[in-house]
Design a protein around this ligand. Structure first.
Ligand SMILES: [Zn+2]
Ligand SMILES: [Zn+2]
Length: 394
């Protein structure tokens, strides 16, 4: 049975803190948080228990944001694979080093750059070639292929073959992204698949979720209301620009300096963007969106400050909202922040941007691959599917 090998340290039953631990050799015993179990037989014996880890995220809304991994286990973690730069996948790195991690970090250049992580023992992956067939081999009997996930620059999925079998980890994945390229996960076989299902209550695909959002924004603009969208670092901002320009071509879009800087940093890695999106984003920058903010001549304002924490965005957001602007939140709401207050006062609305998989996307992926055990992650549910999920869902 395969599940006895997986130790879940975060990201399952919660929206954030992603961290999964898998053994590299047969001496490894299940740790706290691992799911029920049989004993492994027949695998070759090794001298020392070693592990590999998938992501090391934090839950920044939690007073103790870190995944609970014993220092002893961290010291025996040979490889740490980072799927992408977002804090809910990378934020615990320095703390893990403080607690004893000394292994190899395996990730892409944009992830390293955007997360600010510096680590001597880093294996930097070249840009994926597109079909995910390029196999890398590491010491310890671990090999893997990888591809782009459509989530942000540098974001990758991994398909591992270790001495026990195969594991597919999607990271944060959206096949039908507008701005970012995706190497589709299809036709793959794995004993265990840990799969993004962040929009677990949503059956619609990316186009239908985006359609809902642009209809709402379009109504506000038609009613003469300004629309304020606070957006996170790296990722969703470029998606939202492509979405708005495509669906609401007459809406004037402004952006603050933070947002512009985030866009420019992503443009340093154009290989991760779709060519048509690259042209769209460059055309957007040529319209001088920051000047529109200065003159107030805009319909939609994008702020590169997802929780409205920056001292300069707070008065701007409060002023606009007092004048009747609609505030549209597209991600998690952090406790104690201005976004939470605006939401409580009925001045803000939350809508999911399809930057992850919905339940419908998850089911589609399940149908396009041959996965024995499927673990949907990045949501508050705790589900596990043994074979075809459709037959196990009500
Ligand atoms: Zn992410
Ligand atoms: Zn995430």
């Amino acid at each position: 049975m395969f599940m006895n090998r997986l130790s879940i340290k975060g990201g399952y039953g919660e929206h954030g803190r992603s961290c999964f631990l898998l053994p590299l050799n047969p001496l490894c015993a299940p740790q706290n948080g691992s799911l029920p179990v049989q004993h492994l037989k027949g695998a070759p014996q090794a001298q020392e228990e070693r592990y590999y880890m998938l992501d090391c995220g934090i839950m920044d809304t939690d007073p103790d944001p870190y995944p609970q991994v014993d220092p002893d286990l961290l010291a025996r973690t040979e490889y740490l694979f980072l799927s992408h730069c977002h804090k809910d996948h990378s934020g615990a790195f320095e703390e893990f080093v403080r607690r004893g991690f000394r292994g190899w970090l395996v990730t892409t250049q944009p992830t390293l750059d955007f997360s600010g992580i510096q680590w001597e023992k880093t294996i930097i992956l070249e840009n994926p070639k597109g079909d995910g067939t390029d196999e890398k081999h590491l010491d310890g009997g671990l090999s893997f292929s990888y591809g782009m996930t459509g989530h942000c620059a540098g974001s990758v999925w991994f398909h591992f073959h270790d001495p026990f079998g195969s594991v597919l980890y999607t990271g944060d994945y959206q096949r039908d992204a507008l701005a970012y390229r995706t190497d589709p996960i299809e036709g793959r076989t794995a004993d265990l698949a840990i799969m993004d299902c962040a929009h677990v209550k949503e059956m619609g695909d990316a186009d239908s979720l985006r359609g809902k959002m642009t209809r709402t924004v379009g109504r506000w603009v038609k009613d003469g209301r300004k629309v304020l969208m606070p957006l996170p670092k790296y990722g969703r901002g470029l998606e939202v620009i492509c979405m708005l320009r495509k669906s609401l071509p007459h809406a004037r879009i402004a952006a603050d300096r933070n947002m512009i800087n985030l866009i420019l940093k992503t443009l340093a890695y154009p290989q991760w963007l779709k060519p048509e999106a690259l042209r769209e984003i460059q055309a957007f920058l040529e319209e001088k969106p920051e000047q529109r903010l200065g003159s107030g001549s805009y319909h939609i304002l994008l702020l590169g400050d997802t929780h409205l924490e920056n001292p300069e965005s707070r008065p701007l957001a409060c002023g606009l909202s007092d004048q009747g602007a609609a505030v549209l939140l597209t991600g998690r709401v952090k406790k104690g922040c201005l976004t939470e207050r605006l939401l409580a006062e009925g001045k803000a609305v939350t809508m999911a941007y399809p930057h992850h998989q919905s339940r419908g996307d998850f089911l589609k992926m399940a149908g396009q691959n041959d996965f024995r055990i499927m673990l949907p992650f990045h949501n508050p549910e705790k589900e596990i599917f043994w074979g075809r999920p459709e037959s196990q869902l009500k």
